[in-house]
Design a protein around this ligand. Structure first.
Ligand SMILES: *[C@@H]1O[C@H](CO)[C@@H](O)[C@H](O)[C@H]1NC(C)=O
Ligand SMILES: *[C@@H]1O[C@H](CO)[C@@H](O)[C@H](O)[C@H]1NC(C)=O
Length: 441
């Protein structure tokens, strides 16, 4: 059925050089409009296209009961959709329009969007019809609604050769994602890759070994190899994200392992993994999430304790996701804006260091805290590690905000953040919070 419907797009559309006139959700009108942009449509044209539509649908029905090859993609279509612009979507809307009010919803807004974006996001009929789990016969693949706010970037991102190589545009796509086009739309192309990729080191060597430079496409970063990244905290000024993280022989080596206060005055803000785990029955912390986990040293240490942690990270001026994966840890490329991709009451622990801080809009942070609460199981731990803000913000805004979620406080340590100078009056909060075993309602 999929294939047959897709074929409809090969009908020659008269005057298809005026795609801006195209109303993708009303195929009958489209055809008429495109046929005669200015004249009012005559009854006979209407009738003709109505019959055309009817016959293709009857054909669809007939053929779909004959073939069951809904899982194969007709290669013709892939090739054709590089050429066709709005046509690809007209197919979907032909189907989506029937028996639904989809047509009237968003026909105005889609006029100026890239065809591949429309091809991805338009409703797609389920090959076997209505599905009770979905309560629908149509899937609308999600791409953040905000994508359409950035039409220039979106157009650049979605302009590529279908079935070809994707543009090497990591920076563009990450910016688009970070400002709200998340999840990014899928693309039908192959990502840029190193020509001389070598397979990763085996475990457990991979956990603490710098991977080869050939595991990364370096285009998007200031540094062009790992030795540059490892040395940048010595050689470069400024506050790059996680600047000294790539040096596995440096600070990473002791993070969360030993009391930092013994080494350099952590003021009790540096909890160790073992003291955190000791707050629960042995073995009951098994799976979890580290939000904005740098190079995933937290997950590596947890792995050494047989605990599985998924690490979210962006690639802010460094190949964090590649590095994490090379170590043998699962990287998750999502920003702090997106709903966490876990089911309610499932994770044993959520950790986050430095990332959750006052740079996040307060309302967004409030939603985020509730989402962390949602994915944690009852009795699960939320380790808020070095949250930072300025001066009175902690007492006036963030303390109450965090407390309002309703966690039990196992540890709550406030200290001064001095790395950028005492005059900035920056504060740290490290907290170990526990989701109550019983909800209070
Ligand atoms: C898609 O690309 C692959 C790899 O380049 C090629 O083998 C295949 O024939 C292409 N398919 C179409 C339909 O162009
Ligand atoms: C992790 O699991 C392995 C295999 O079950 C076991 O041999 C090892 O002792 C465990 N390590 C820790 C720290 O519990």
């Amino acid at each position: 059925m999929y294939i047959i419907e897709r074929k409809i797009m090969h009908y020659p559309l008269p005057n298809s050089s005026s795609p801006t006139q195209f109303n993708q959700h009303n195929p009958i009108n489209n055809l008429v409009v495109m046929d005669s942009p200015r004249k009012p449509s005559s009854f006979s044209t209407n009738l003709f296209f109505f019959l055309l539509l009817l016959s293709t649908n009857l054909l669809t029905l007939l053929l779909s009961s004959t073939f069951y090859s809904s899982c194969s993609l007709n290669p013709l279509i892939t090739a054709a959709s590089t050429l066709t612009t709005p046509h690809a979507t007209s197919t979907n809307s032909v189907s989506a329009t029937q028996g639904s009010d989809y047509a009237s919803e968003s026909s105005q807004t889609n006029l100026d969007l890239p065809s591949e974006f429309l091809a991805f996001t338009s409703g797609q009929l389920l090959p076997f019809g209505f599905n009770t789990n979905f309560d629908s016969d149509t899937i609308y693949p999600p791409a953040g609604q905000a994508c359409t706010l950035f039409s220039d970037e979106l157009r650049r991102y979605m302009t590529y050769k279908v079935n070809g190589s994707c543009p090497d545009d990591e920076l563009l796509s990450q910016k688009l994602l970070l400002k709200g086009c998340e999840p990014l739309p899928r693309r039908r192309c192959r990502p840029a890759a190193q020509p001389d990729y070598v397979e990763p080191y085996p475990l457990p060597t991979s956990l603490w070994t710098t991977p080869p430079d050939s595991s990364v496409v370096w285009t998007a970063y200031t540094c062009k190899d790992y030795s540059c990244l490892i040395n940048r905290y010595r050689t470069q000024k400024g506050f790059d994200d996680c600047k000294d993280c790539f040096d596995l022989q440096g600070r990473e080596k002791t993070r969360w392992a030993a009391k930092q206060s013994n080494v350099g005055g952590g003021g009790g803000l540096d909890f160790t993994i073992d003291e955190v785990l000791a707050t629960k029955k042995p073995g009951t912390i098994r799976i979890g999430l580290d939000i904005g986990g740098g190079v995933a040293t937290f997950a590596v240490r947890m792995r050494e304790r047989n605990i599985t942690i998924v690490t979210t990270s962006m690639n802010l001026n460094g190949p964090f996701n590649n590095f994490i994966a090379s170590r043998g840890i699962v990287p998750l490329y999502i920003s702090i804006s997106q709903r966490l991709p876990f089911f309610d009451n499932t994770l044993d622990i959520v950790h986050s260091m430095h990332v959750l801080s006052n740079w996040i809009p307060t309302t967004l942070l409030h939603f985020l805290m509730f989402d962390i609460n949602r994915v944690l199981r009852p009795g699960g731990l939320f380790w808020l590690d070095h949250f930072f803000c300025v001066g009175e913000q902690l007492e006036e805004v963030y303390g109450p905000l965090i407390e309002s979620i309703g966690f039990n406080k196992l540890k709550w340590v406030v200290g001064r953040k001095l790395d950028r100078g005492p005059e900035l009056k920056e504060m740290y909060l490290s907290a170990l919070l526990e989701k109550p075993l019983r909800n209070s309602w």
